[in-house]
Design a protein around this ligand. Sequence first.
Ligand code: CA
Length: 220
Amino acid sequence: MIRILVVEDEKPISDLLDMSLTSAGYTCDCVFTGIEAADAVNSRRYDLILLDVMLPGIDGFELMEYLAPMEIPVIFITARSAVKDRIKGLKLGADDYITKPFEIAELLARVETVLRRYHKTESRITVGDVVVDTQSRVVTRGGEPVQLTAKEYNLLILFLQNKNIALFRETIYERVWENDYMGDSRTVDLHVQRLRKKLGWQERIAAVYKVGYRLEVHDE
Ligand code: CA
């Protein structure tokens, strides 16, 4: 289980982060001040900290100096896009930063990347009778291997990183094909159909009217 500490004093943003990370399968604790954050890291082991720069009292930079010796990966969250702040954060030992307002898909991708760098990602993901080993890239359904193309595999991973989140066709295309979306919705639709068929996920990958698709994962 990957446990993430969110240090963010703006309640709506904190709630959004909590909801998004929880949906993506992470366990999430939210605190609102630097003092609470220091207490949290002393009482529990965290795999990653999302740290807002502008906090009341002790700010994110000061807190980072306190956290640095603990060697917990840190991603700064900041409303400031000033280059000097980013550099300051990275110099203090942060692993990455994200600027508000951010897209959930981008946030999750950055979280995933930092966790992978620290080998903290869980390599086996299970949804129903489907098991995905992200290290060997082997996918099985009911214990039987499923042959996926590279694009189908990347599409599957994108869905797994965004459980219960509606993904726009545009976002899917840009993330899986790493290309600008030029209205290539049939390409996305075709690959989703193939993936549904191969995994028996006709119901699980739900079509979202005028948006795209959503992987439905409940009580697992
Ligand atoms: Ca703030």
